[in-house]
Design a protein around this ligand. Structure first.
Ligand SMILES: C[S@@+](CC[C@H](N)C(=O)[O-])C[C@H]1O[C@@H](n2cnc3c(N)ncnc32)[C@H](O)[C@@H]1O
Length: 391
């Protein structure tokens, strides 16, 4: 089959896929793609791979060139993301033969020859947290982040030696943090299960804010599948931990991960933090609370680019209101002089520094330190972390 014909078929398939995806509001693209490919087994694995790639890239241009037809948008996206694109030379001959141009050169060409405007990709610039480089942040939307793993302290050497002996590509960033190409199938490697956790680089950096003492009691109030809890316990094994979340299903994932990591002693509760927490916790007070709050997730959109164009900005206010409410509830369970570690994977000021400013009004909390974790600079998630002390 000719290249033109194959590309034509793929574009028609992408068209169908996007129409189906539109009907499934809210489901992550990755999950949808798995189902779509299962329903369309007539496609070979090469076509499946190509179609997934095209769709991811299509979402990476966010709101840009939204008036253009789908094939043109696919070509623009493919041109920006891939120096070996086969779609772009066919559909965008005006920008060729600039095959190995830099990202900036490609943008300039597209802006000259097509309706694409880089500034329209991520139209939320003015909402970003202080210090985020908007140009670099937008550019990061075009790159799939790396895979980061955290090696348990006691197993770090053993895991590294297995990775090396299996010929797996990795780079050690420090004793316990390794970066690997996205998609590395670590679950197929024998002998390392339970000795490492998949955890984004920025998420690992939040651990520097815990600073717990042995024997202290800590509460991971939005524990989810336990990423921060596992980090806390690896760095501070003597801590007594309560984990909670509003979803029992996610706490079951946490139980599985804790079991694989050999952690048996922890308490676990289902708690909706928007409700009165004293009904479940009574007057219990903790020496430290981690609040990895529900948020827009905007710091992770280079992993889930479908979010860029589907995001409704009204959600920022709703998340910020919920974050403030949840934080006010949890600090009732914090001992005076002890820390609340507030974390989001959002890049928006309204969910980050503005929540922290709000929490200090009234004098119940005082900010000790805070920072944006600029993951976009190193193919990782962008996050925010603050340590506030209860007065
Ligand atoms: C950012 S995720 C936590 C990720 C987790 N800490 C980790 O490191 O793997 C936020 C969590 O907040 C939980 N959540 C959302 N609304 C909540 C509520 N009203 N009360 C308690 N937890 C809530 C979600 O179920 C989700 O697991």
């Amino acid at each position: 089959m000719s290249v033109e014909k194959r590309i034509g078929q793929q574009i028609r398939m992408v068209e169908r896929l996007l129409a189906e995806y539109k009907q499934m509001s809210g489901i992550p693209l990755a999950r949808f793609l798995t189902g779509f490919h299962k329903r369309n087994r007539q496609m070979g694995s090469r076509d499946r791979r190509e179609i997934s790639r095209l769709v991811y890239r299509y979402f990476r241009i966010g709101h840009a060139a939204s008036q253009s037809e789908l094939p043109m948008r696919l070509a623009i996206a493919d041109f920006l993301c891939d120096s070996e694109s086969v779609v772009a030379p066919l559909l965008l001959p005006s920008v060729y033969p600039v095959k190995h141009a830099t990202f900036e050169e490609k943008v300039a060409l597209l802006e000259e020859h097509t309706p694409f405007r880089l500034a329209e990709v991520f139209p939320f610039y003015e909402r970003l947290s202080m210090g985020i480089d908007t140009a670099a942040y937008t550019k990061s939307m075009f790159v799939q982040p790396d895979l980061f793993i955290r090696l348990y302290r006691m197993h770090a050497k053993a895991v590294v030696s297995v990775l090396a002996s299996e010929g797996i590509e990795y780079e050690l960033l420090d004793r316990c943090t390794a970066v690997l190409p996205n998609g590395t199938a670590l679950e197929r490697v024998d002998g390392i299960s339970g000795k490492y956790e998949v955890q984004d680089y920025s998420s690992q950096q939040t651990g520097a804010y815990f600073n717990a003492e042995p024997g202290e009691s800590w509460w991971d109030a939005c524990a989810g599948a336990g990423g921060k809890s596992l980090l806390l316990l690896d760095n501070h094994p003597g801590v007594n931990l309560l984990v909670s979340d509003v979803r029992n299903s996610i706490l079951r994932n946490l139980d599985g991960r804790f079991q694989r990591a050999g952690i048996k002693t922890y308490r676990r509760k289902i708690i909706d933090l928007t409700k009165d927490t004293t009904a479940i916790l009574g007057s219990e007070r903790f020496d430290g609370i981690i609040l990895d709050a529900p948020c827009s997730g905007s710091g992770t959109w280079s992993r889930t680019p479908e979010m860029i164009s589907s995001f409704d900005t009204g959600a920022i206010r709703r998340f910020a209101d919920q974050q403030k409410q949840i934080a006010e509830n949890v600090i009732n369970h914090l001992k005076p002089g002890k820390p609340l570690v507030y974390v989001t994977c959002s890049a928006f000021a309204a969910e980050n520094e503005q929540v922290v400013a709000y929490l200090q009004q009234g004098g119940k909390l005082k900010l000790e330190c805070a920072e944006v974790l600029h993951g976009y600079r190193r193919r990782a998630d962008t996050m925010y972390v603050a340590r506030l002390i209860k007065m």
